[in-house]
Structures are given as structure tokens and as C-alpha cells.
Design a protein. Structure first.
Length: 85
């Protein structure tokens, strides 16, 4: 059983705890999530497609709209993979 100190009352609580059982203060639960290279890839891809789609939006309206839709899909995939790690 891994424990940590509550930042408010300094009592020992479970590592995964989100709320101290002694003082009731909210604490961060568990280790921080890290950006993996696979998650960064999807986020950067979404940003690049979005920027390219803005250029296409100026030249070709229908292709620009499709590009914006695809960039949003890539950003959603990247953020979901980030939250699942």
C-alpha cells in the first residue's frame, strides 16, 4: 500500500486518493499523465492538417471544410489516447 502526505494536514493517505479523509481537502490523484510520442504525433498531425485546411479554405472552400473536419478527428483521437494512458 503506497501512501503520500496530504498537503494540507500532513496525514498519510493512499497514493491514489483524490480527497483527504482527515481534512477533506482535494489532492492530486496518482502520477501525472505523460505525453507519449504517439499522442504527440496525433496532436501535431491535427494542428498541421488544420493549418493546411485554412490555406485550402481560402482556395477551395469544400476541401477546406473537409480538412477542418479531419483535423478535428485527429485532435479527438490524440486527446482520447492521452486520457486513456
Amino acid at each position: 500500500m503506497a501512501t503520500k502526505k496530504c498537503p494540507q494536514c500532513a496525514e498519510m493517505i493512499m497514493l491514489e486518493a483524490r480527497k483527504c479523509r482527515y481534512c477533506g481537502s482535494l489532492v492530486s490523484g496518482g502520477p501525472a499523465k505523460k505525453f507519449g510520442p504517439y499522442n504527440i504525433f496525433w496532436i501535431v498531425l491535427g494542428i498541421l492538417v488544420f493549418m493546411g485546411s485554412l490555406f485550402l479554405l481560402i482556395l477551395f472552400l469544400p476541401l477546406g471544410i473537409l480538412g477542418i473536419i479531419f483535423s478535428m478527428v485527429f485532435l479527438i483521437i490524440g486527446s482520447r489516447r492521452l486520457h486513456n494512458t
